[in-house]
Design a protein around this ligand. Structure first.
Ligand code: UD1
Ligand code: CA
Length: 464
């Protein structure tokens, strides 16, 4: 058995400069979801995506899946797509056709389609669904109500008034007997509204040739939703996100107000973790157990350990946060950070390409870039690394047990030795040896009585 995925179309109705099947739902391209379902039914070597519009981009986006590709350089319809794929598919017995823009399809439903097709010994089996609002979809004409057998599929544009009342739609997923398909596919004609070869016409063509055409309904009508418009995409995305939340909750994750959370398909979360409202977990983010993720945090491609705390409003990208570490509220990790066990990163603290060692703290209003910070270091409020001189980036190394006083400026490249103290408001320009004190600020001057005299002078001026 082979699976062919129709993915060559432009997606005119999206009004986009990007190819339709690369539009994302659930944080992944439409096509990637369909490929994921297909490759759980057959090996990637038996899956073929038929690509055309922006083929190179589409191919590059999903090449890592290991599937094959067929180029339909001119997109002359869904039927034409299969004509073009004939050399790749003709040697198989059964061909399942999936739509690259319908990403909610599950492996179970593909198997159901296959099994129904085999059990009925049909030439063509289509997957259908009853939709409350069937507008835009092709409608299924059964031979008799309640029978498996199908007479034809009628596209939206060609529906008669009576046919518009049919709610059973063609999902755009089919199983074909390869021999029947390729014996009759040349009978398709482009004599219709769009001048395209419609794969849907195969139902009537095979029927006329006394070949059996049957239909089976999807268990869940949502599964067949196709993303033709931006509104379709948002509906599909919503279904996918809610399903993801349901899955995580079933695995022991607490999610408060799941409707407000945006969690990508590949995200993993451990049991007894709590996700507060309006959280985004994106990309390949992994969160451990007993962790709490505060509202309005946006976490992209991060690894977060167990019993960690991410408070409200953190933005964390491509970083690692280890067990029992705490972040926020309002912390920002730019890519390449490692926050070790029990470390604290507090409000309005930004880190970039930096490692904060076990038990270390940077709690308030700080910027740490290109730095390596040891264990049990205290970084005082308002400390910043000057890691960039306008040309190159330089490293700041702070060894274990260092105390950096508030409002210090650390001008890299710099090494502050183990156990050293930096006095508050010091501009550190040179390496600091271990266990020493670095103090670099102007000595304070006190002019006693100065303020009082000033006030008296002002008063005298006024009296004049
Ligand atoms: C199609 C079906 C319709 C069904 C609906 C389900 C046809 C004629 N109509 O309509 O009955 O209800 O799907 O979602 O098939 N594509 C190609 N090459 C082409 C044209 C399209 O690969 O030359 C691809 C598209 O990229 C897309 C898929 O085929 O992934 C379906 O095409 P689309 O234009 O979205 O068809 P619908 O109008 O949705
Ligand atoms: Ca479609």
């Amino acid at each position: 058995m082979a699976i062919a995925i129709l993915a060559a179309g432009k997606g005119t109705r999206l009004k986009s400069k990007h190819p339709k099947v690369l539009h994302e739902v659930g944080g992944r391209p439409l096509l990637a979801h369909v490929i994921a379902a297909a490759t759980r039914v057959v090996p990637p070597g038996d899956v073929f995506a038929i690509i055309g519009h922006e083929a190179d981009r589409v191919r590059a986006a999903v090449a890592s899946s290991g599937i094959g590709f067929v180029l339909q350089s001119e997109q002359r319809g869904t039927g034409h797509a299969l004509m073009v794929a004939r050399p790749a598919l003709a040697a198989y017995d059964v061909i399942i056709v999936l739509s690259g823009d319908a990403p909610l399809i599950t492996p179970q439903t593909i198997e159901k389609l296959r099994d129904f097709h085999t059990s009925r010994k049909a030439a063509m089996t289509l997957l259908t669904a009853e939709l409350e609002n069937p507008t835009g979809y092709g409608r299924v004409l059964r031979k008799k109500a309640g029978s498996d057998d199908v007479k034809a599929i009628v596209e939206q544009k060609n529906l008669s008034l009576a046919q518009q009342k049919i709610h059973e739609i063609n999902a755009g997923f089919y199983a074909f007997e390869a021999r029947s398909l390729f014996s009759y596919i040349d009978k398709l004609s482009a004599d219709n509204h769009h001048g395209e070869f419609y794969l849907t016409d195969m139902a009537a063509i095979l029927g006329k040739a006394k070949q059996r055409v049957v239909a089976v309904q999807a268990a869940n009508p949502h599964e067949v939703l196709g993303g033709n418009t931006r509104a379709d995409l948002s509906e599909i995305d919503r279904h996918m996100r809610l399903a993801k939340c349901q899955q995580l909750m079933a695995e022991g994750v607490t999610i408060l107000f799941p409707d407000t959370c945006v969690i990508d398909s590949d995200v993993e979360v451990g049991p007894d973790t709590t996700i507060e409202p309006f959280v985004q977990l994106r990309g390949n983010t992994r969160v451990g157990s007993d962790t709490r993720i505060g509202s309005y945090s946006v976490i992209i491609n991060c690894e977060i350990g167990d019993q960690a705390l991410v408070q409200t409003g953190c933005v964390l990208e491509h970083s690692t946060i280890k067990d029992r570490a705490s972040m926020g509220p309002y912390s920002h990790l730019r890519p390449g950070c490692e926050i070790c066990e029990e470390a604290h990163v507090g409000n309005f603290v930004e880190l970039k390409k930096s490692r904060l060692g076990k038990g270390s703290k940077a709690n308030h209003l700080t910027y740490l870039g290109d730095s390596e910070i040891g264990e049990k270091v205290n970084v005082g409020a308002g400390t910043i690394t000057c890691n960039y001189d306008g040309v190159s980036k330089h490293k700041t190394i702070i060894e274990d047990g260092v105390f950096v006083g508030s409002d210090s400026i650390l001008i890299a490249p710099l090494r502050i030795g183990r156990g050293a103290y930096i006095a508050a408001a010091t501009a550190v320009t040179e390496d600091v040896p271990p266990d020493s004190l670095a103090l670099g600020r102007a000595r304070q001057i006190v002019k006693e009585g100065w303020a009082k005299e000033k006030r008296e002078r002002a008063k005298a001026q006024k009296a004049k």
